[in-house]
Design a protein around this ligand. Structure first.
Ligand code: NAI
Length: 294
């Protein structure tokens, strides 16, 4: 099988960039990973290599395939090295101006036929594309966390995105073992729109003192069948990521009251209490063991 994109770059080597890089390498693409924070791309690669080694040790990955995967993926230090990529996927901070600046820069580097994609959770694909001279080649390619386990990818066409670009991205998602869903360029697309109440309303219930975080989580898991409670999910995503998403969707829906972000989340962001990544969120994570925080 020929892979839809043979040279793929991922910009942003955080939780999402690392996961997308893993899927791209496993699909058979050569992958370059770049991050503005020195050492971040190398750390992401080390984590991936370790995961593939462990899979081999458990007998779930041939040694040749493990070595091929590790050889297929490289860290680079600047976007100038992405010149030969046929697809660049951005997974950096959720900030419209920062994303626009990155794509402006990328358009000066890559070939005119390179497809450019954003993993944004909440920003308008059309608004990001406004920065580009050629917005036809640009689309949303929205994965979920953790990328290897969450099998849906939203392919989002902006106002000027070419149909062929969406079709190639959808085919590529399939080559990654994922299922592509075409979504309209509306705030939150499908999943983050339909799932709005899960985080926002749960924060409101906690804020009103109806029940505490752990009780809300337990009820939604035990009675409603969710795998993760809303506060466990917020801790997994990180409030540094999900609070700006809540703010962005609220603004884009003209301050619709039911999407209003929570002061509880804002205060935690200000304190640097993000979730798993900071060691404490709604729960505490000493050495990876989840405990209920005070
Ligand atoms: P993260 O904070 O784990 O990683 C972001 C990475 O981007 C960091 O390593 C940072 O150093 C790097 N970065 C920031 N600005 C940069 C720039 N200008 N150039 C290069 N690198 C830069 O964030 P995460 O969770 O990976 O999210 C990334 C994007 O994916 C955001 O747009 C977010 O909304 C979206 N997303 C996040 C999901 C989640 O559950 N965490 C789910 C789906 C989408």
């Amino acid at each position: 099988m020929t892979v839809n994109f043979s040279n793929v770059a991922i910009v942003g080597a955080g939780a999402m960039g690392r996961g997308i890089a893993q899927m791209a390498a496993q699909a058979g693409s050569k992958v370059l990973l770049v991050d503005s924070m020195p050492g971040a791309a190398e750390r992401a690669l080390a984590t991936l290599a370790e995961q593939w080694r462990k899979l081999h040790d458990k007998g779930r990955l041939e040694a040749t395939e493990r070595d091929a995967l590790i050889a297929r993926i490289h860290a680079v230090s600047t976007t100038r090295e992405l010149v030969h990529c046929d697809l660049v996927i951005e997974a950096i901070i959720e900030d419209l101006e920062v994303k626009r600046q990155l794509f402006r820069e990328l358009e000066e580097i890559v070939s005119p036929s390179t497809v450019l994609a954003t993993n944004t959770s909440s920003l308008s694909v059309t608004a990001i594309a406004k920065a580009l001279r050629n917005p036809e080649r640009f689309a949303g390619f929205h994965f979920f966390n953790p990328v290897p386990l969450m099998k849906v990818v939203e392919v989002v066409a902006g106002f000027k995105t070419a149909n062929e670009v969406c079709a190639r991205l959808a085919g590529y998602a399939q080559q990654m073992g994922h299922q592509a869903v075409q979504a309209q360029d509306t705030p939150g697309f499908i999943v983050n729109h339909a799932g709005r109440a899960y985080g926002t309303e749960a924060l409101r219930i906690a804020g009103e003192g109806v029940a505490d975080f752990a009780t809300i989580d337990r009820i939604l898991k035990d009675q409603a069948g969710f795998k993760l409670g809303p506060f466990e999910l917020l801790d997994l995503t990180g409030l540094d990521v999900s609070h700006p998403v809540m703010e962005s969707i609220y603004r884009q829906y003209y301050e619709e009251p039911r999407y209003r972000p929570s002061a509880i989340a804002a205060q935690r962001v200000a304190a640097g209490v993000f979730g798993r990544k900071s060691g404490e969120g709604f729960y505490r994570y000493p050495e990876g063991v989840m405990q209920v925080a005070a």
